[in-house]
Design a protein around this ligand. Structure first.
Ligand SMILES: [Cu+2]
Length: 334
């Protein structure tokens, strides 16, 4: 009953259902399903062990409880050692550990070491305090915090991730699409997804990485292949150099924004912060803290520490015409 209502409330103008409230009990890719099934198997095994141990404990507490007025009662005979029972309670746990270890190893390797089909979409994600740098080496695209991928059926155009970090350990978790995989400095990790339905899936950094760890959100936009190809074509465009440099663009330069931000097609090539070439195509600012609206963009530039205290972009304290010019320029970055 609730499902259609939720779907209605979550429906986006783009027609994509948004899964902002994440749900790890709703796996939607092959790896997520494998991990979910593994979790359920381990939950069942440990649940059964818990039931047996707790059952025996409760039985013993009741059966052998102290009865002050019952001195004549016959205690059951003590048993000193039993090779059969001791062998059983040694061997059975070993078998259980083998089953759990075997299933876990198979699942982890199936996700980490899967070899991509030739038409896979390769996405390289680099963790930063506190945002996600996203590259598509095959398409020559750089973006941030919002990963677009095509719907994949039978692993056709499945998405393969290469995960790295520039500073500390981060961890990628998009609950509907797959389990956590760490992004570790000086190490490369892999995972993959083959989402079967379009939608916008939210995720989070799940390895504590500093002050704004909880605001290091990420979105995966799963699109029909044709829509994804359209997005790729748009992102591949560099910004055209206008005949006359706008005052806003000058402001971007004078204020030193380019020291940290790149705009493809211009000389701005900073690498410390997110690539801004297609800033306006993104739904959010500051990896999920603000909706990408002109008013929020202004607030962010004046003082990002207001909405994301401790983030690594300094306040510009810019006001008046300078601010308006700069925002007008950023709004051309479609
Ligand atoms: Cu992080």
């Amino acid at each position: 009953m609730l499902a259609p209502l939720l779907a209605f409330l979550q429906a986006q103008p783009s027609g994509l259902t948004e899964h902002k409230v994440t749900n790890m009990f709703n796996p939607m890719t092959t790896p997520a399903k494998a991990e979910f099934n593994m979790g359920m198997l381990e939950f069942a095994i440990t649940g059964a062990i818990f039931a047996v141990v707790a059952g025996l404990l409760i039985y013993t507490m009741i059966r052998f409880r102290r009865r002050p007025n019952d001195d004549s009662r016959q205690e059951p005979p003590q048993i000193y050692g039993s090779n059969q029972i001791e062998a059983a309670w040694t061997v059975i746990p070993i078998l259980i550990v083998f089953v759990i270890a075997g299933v876990s190893a198979r699942t982890v390797w199936g996700v980490e070491d899967a070899s991509p089909p030739s038409n896979a979409v390769q996405v390289s994600v680099v963790g930063h305090q506190f945002w996600w740098e996203v590259h598509y080496p095959g398409y020559n695209i750089t973006t941030a915090n919002e990963i677009h991928v095509p719907v994949s059926r039978n692993r056709e155009r499945a998405t393969y991730f290469t995960l790295k970090s520039t500073d500390v350990i981060h961890s990628l978790w998009i609950p509907e699409l797959g389990g956590k995989t760490d992004l570790i400095p000086n190490r490369v990790n892999h995972t993959w997804i083959d989402p079967s339905t379009p939608g916008i899936f939210w995720g989070n950094c799940t390895e504590f990485c500093g002050a704004q760890h909880a605001n290091m959100l990420i979105q995966v936009v799963v699109q029909e292949p044709a829509d994804f190809d359209k997005w790729v074509a748009e992102q591949q465009q560099a910004q055209a150099i206008p005949a006359e440099i706008s005052t806003g663009q000058k402001r971007f330069q004078i204020s030193g924004c380019w020291a940290c931000h790149a705009v493809k097609g211009t000389r701005f090539n900073g690498k410390v912060g997110p690539d801004l070439t297609h800033l306006m195509s993104r739904r959010q600012l500051g990896s999920g803290v603000l909706d990408n609206t002109p008013a929020n963009l202004k607030d962010w530039i004046v003082n990002p520490q207001q909405s994301k205290p401790g983030c690594l972009m300094p306040a510009s304290k810019m006001t008046g015409q300078n601010l308006d010019d700069l925002v007008a320029y950023l709004e051309t970055l479609k």
